[in-house]
Design a binder for this molecule. Structure first.
Ligand code: PAF
Length: 280
C-alpha cells in the first residue's frame, strides 16, 4: 500500500490506474478510523479494482476550534488498518498541501445546508464541499463511498456532484453500530467510561421513536424524543428533527413525504454526537 503526501504523487498514481482501465473506489476520511470506515473500504473493494482512501482533518469544516484541536489524529494506526483490509493507496496531505492559499469558494445548497447540522454548524457544509470537490479532482474516482450516519452530508455531496457535473457515483453505506447500538464515530473515543455506558440510550430512543411513529404525529414524536434525551443527566439535545429523507425539510404530517428520517444531534458530556433512523 502506498501512502502519498502530495497531490502530484497521487495524481500520477491515479493516471497510471486510468491508463490501465482500473476502476477507482474512493473513501474520503478524516482518520481515527473505526469499523464503520473499514466497512466502506470493504464495500468499495467489491465494486472497484483499486481502492484509495484519504486521511485529512479538514480545518475549514470545523466551526469550533476546540473540536478541531481535539479531533483524534492516529495516522500510523489508520494506515495499518487500511493495509489490513486491502486498501491500495492513502492520500494524506498536509494542510499546506491541500490549501496553499485559502479557498474562498462559496457553494449554494439552499435549504439542504440550512437545516439541522447547517443551522448549528455554520459554514460546516461549505467546508465539506470545498474539500470533497478538491479530493474528487485529485483522486478522480469512479465511485465514492459515504456513511449514512452523516446523512445530511451525503445529500450535500450528491447535490455537489450534480451541480458541478462530477463524473463520480456516490454510494451511500449503512450506519455501522457497536453491539450495544451506539453508532460508530471517531468522536466516541473521547467519551469517558461513564458517558460511554449511557451512550446506547441514543439508539434505543431512536428505535422506540420508530415504533411510536404510527401512534404519534411528527411533532408529538419530536417532543417525545427530546424529552427522553433531556431525562438523561449527561445528555443535552441540540436538535431532533423529522424530515423528508430527500429534501431534509421538516414534516408535520407523515403523508407529506415518501420516506421520513429522524436525525438527532446531542452533547454527551462535552462530546457532540449525531445519529439518525428511518421512520417511514
Ligand atoms: O465525513 C467525513 O469524515 C468528512 O466530512 C469528509 C467527507 C472526509 C470531508 O472532510
Amino acid at each position: 500500500m502506498n501512502i502519498y503526501k502530495t497531490i502530484a504523487e497521487t495524481k500520477k498514481f491515479v493516471q497510471h490506474c486510468h491508463q490501465n482501465q482500473l476502476k477507482i473506489g474512493f473513501v474520503p476520511t478524516m482518520g481515527a478510523l473505526h469499523q464503520g470506515h473499514l466497512s466502506l473500504i470493504e464495500k468499495a473493494k467489491t465494486e472497484n479494482d483499486i481502492i484509495v482512501a484519504s486521511i485529512f482533518v479538514n480545518p475549514i469544516q470545523f466551526n469550533n476550534r476546540e473540536d478541531l484541536l481535539k479531533y483524534p489524529r492516529t495516522l500510523d494506526k489508520d494506515a495499518a488498518m487500511l493495509q489490513q483490509v486491502g486498501c491500495d493507496a492513502i492520500f494524506a496531505p498536509s494542510e499546506n498541501e491541500m490549501y496553499p492559499e485559502p479557498d474562498t469558494t462559496v457553494y449554494e445548497f439552499g435549504s439542504l445546508a440550512e437545516v439541522m447540522e447547517g443551522k448549528f454548524r455554520p459554514g460546516h457544509f461549505n467546508g465539506v464541499a470545498v474539500v470533497v470537490k478538491r479530493l474528487f479532482d485529485i483522486v478522480q474516482p469512479d465511485n465514492a463511498y459515504f456513511g449514512e450516519k452523516d446523512y445530511q452530508q451525503l445529500q450535500i455531496i450528491k447535490s455537489l456532484v450534480k451541480q458541478k457535473n462530477i463524473p463520480v457515483t456516490i454510494i451511500p453505506c449503512p450506519i455501522v453500530r457497536e453491539t450495544d447500538g451506539l453508532a460508530m464515530s471517531s468522536r466516541n473515543i473521547r467519551l469517558t467510561e461513564v458517558e460511554r455506558n449511557v451512550a446506547p440510550f441514543i439508539y434505543k430512543t431512536l428505535l422506540q421513536a420508530k415504533e411510536k411513529a404510527n401512534q404519534f404525529n411528527p411533532d408529538e414524536l419530536l417532543h417525545w424524543v427530546i424529552n427522553q434525551i433531556k431525562s438523561q443527566p449527561l445528555m443535552t439535545p441540540e436538535y431532533f428533527e423529522i424530515v423528508d429523507a430527500t429534501t431534509l425539510l421538516p414534516i408535520s404530517n407523515w403523508n407529506e413525504c415518501e420516506h421520513a428520517i429522524g436525525c438527532i444531534a446531542l452533547f454527551l458530556g462535552s462530546v457532540r454526537l449525531i445519529d439518525n433512523i428511518g421512520l417511514k
